[in-house]
Design a protein around this ligand. Structure first.
Ligand SMILES: Cc1cc2nc3c(=O)[nH]c(=O)nc-3n(C[C@H](O)[C@H](O)[C@H](O)COP(=O)(O)OP(=O)(O)OC[C@H]3O[C@@H](n4cnc5c(N)ncnc54)[C@H](O)[C@@H]3O)c2cc1C
Length: 391
């Protein structure tokens, strides 16, 4: 494959970098201040005005996965870098799902406002009661009653459900719990947040961070009625959609993590060339140099894996790229955790404070060894595909 970015991408990269330098990084402190003020006022679950202002300044572009990777990386450098471009999780994965599997009516009702950045969305699969990394365990019930489905479930880690802009959930549950094929028991269905019976029970912090106003929620669904036309693709097709949805969603996380790790490495270099300990710059201690070198190697390894996976998705489709997607989903979060951890160490006590953004970056990277499937599940899938030729 050709690693040279197209002129279009180079141009967009330059524009994105300039936008991030001029608008995004300077807005980080204001975002934290606005959220702190909202928390003190008793309601952090509302959009931060600074992000809404950034949105007005930014516009998204139509790109292939390979073209999107270097741009998503730039957005991922900041925790608030994706939303101004309407490229946040889980919206990008949900928008791809609606593009791919939505009917024209579903697209009109939900994809259009999502693309316009007027609403946000959530993905409700994981349940507290069962090991949800094995999606055949999902117990949510979706029962047909005339021209409606009735939904009963308790979900958690539904990212974004607390956000007042979140208007639609892609929900996974069982329509046919007794189907002989366990992969035909589940369906995905669109559940508007405002449907009676949908209750956000609580938000779930991540290492103590509330991630407001987006956050992660435990949500109760009690006799929630939605029209049968809300089902995506058809009854029993939930697994099929999950495979298609999670590919793009997963690789976008990885692209962002590369940007976050790159920024941590920059911070590490900047800090260690400035401070002196035991008679020499911290950057001149061998252990620091070794970590800086290894960080560069790990980041570039992950970047090339991402680009390769993106290229395979574009040329062969998400299904045939599933091994590469699984590989990067294991590699990128671990790489980011390691690089950010070295950057934290190089900053001394400052590294675990809120002053450098590293503690929060670590917390966020660490969750991605779980979210969208734990490492072990992806490794298992990779091994299965590797062994396939020998069995
Ligand atoms: C910040 C965050 C955001 C999230 N956002 C969403 C969201 O928006 N929507 C949503 O539906 N879910 C979301 N999740 C949930 C996430 O996808 C699940 O936590 C994940 O799939 C694991 O499911 P589980 O928590 O039920 O863990 P379990 O299934 O109970 O697994 C626990 C552990 O068992 C081990 N394990 C599991 N399978 C294997 C195996 N085959 N081999 C070896 N070990 C194994 C792993 O170590 C795993 O971590 C989010 C999670 C986090 C932390």
């Amino acid at each position: 494959m050709n690693f040279e970015h197209s002129d279009k991408v180079k141009d967009l990269q330059a524009r994105l970098r300039a936008f991030a330098d001029q608008h995004v990084y300077p807005a980080e402190a204001q975002f934290e201040a606005e959220m702190d003020a909202a928390r003190r006022a008793g309601n952090a679950w509302q959009p931060a005005p600074v992000i809404e202002g950034l949105k007005d300044k930014a516009r998204a572009a139509g790109l292939t996965n390979l073209e999107y990777a270097p741009l998503c990386e730039i957005m991922g450098r900041s925790g608030i870098g994706s939303e101004p471009f309407n490229c946040s999780a889980p919206d990008t994965g949900n928008m791809e799902t609606l593009v791919r599997y939505g009917t024209p009516a579903q697209q009109d009702a939900w994809l259009k406002p999502l693309l316009e950045g007027k609403i946000r969305s959530g993905f409700a699969m994981t349940e507290p009661a069962v090991a949800s990394s094995d999606a055949t365990n999902i117990e949510a019930r979706i029962e047909r009653d005339g021209d409606h489905y009735v939904i009963n479930a308790r979900k958690w880690w539904t990212s974004g459900a607390n956000d007042p802009r979140c208007k639609i959930l892609i929900f996974m549950g069982k329509t046919d719990p007794d189907h002989a094929d366990p992969h035909r028991r589940q369906s995905m269905i669109l559940v508007p947040m405002e449907t009676p019976g949908v209750t956000v029970l609580r938000h779930l912090p991540v290492f103590g961070y509330d991630d407001a106003p987006h956050g992660h929620a435990e949500v109760l669904f009690e006799n929630v009625r939605v029209p049968v036309s809300n089902v995506l693709l058809g009854e029993g097709r939930g697994f099929e959609i999950a495979q298609g949805r999670l590919g793009p969603g997963r690789i976008h996380h990885c692209m962002r993590l590369i940007g976050r790790a790159e920024r941590a490495l920059e911070a590490m270099c900047r800090r260690t060339v400035k401070r002196t300990a035991f008679g020499r710059k911290i950057a001149d201690h061998g252990v620091t140099r070794e970590r800086i070198a290894n960080a560069r190697i790990l980041i570039d390894q992950a970047r090339f894996l991402v680009l390769h996976a993106a290229w395979k998705m574009d040329t062969l489709g998400n299904k045939l790229a599933r091994k590469e997607i699984a590989m990067i989903k294991v590699a990128a979060p671990s790489m980011a955790c390691q690089v950010i951890d070295w950057a934290i160490q190089a900053h001394g006590g400052g590294g675990v404070s809120d002053d450098f953004g590293l503690a929060r970056a670590y917390a966020s990277a660490r969750t991605l060894r779980l979210a969208d499937g734990p490492d072990e599940v992806h490794r298992n899938a990779i091994a299965k595909m590797e062994l396939g030729a020998y069995l």
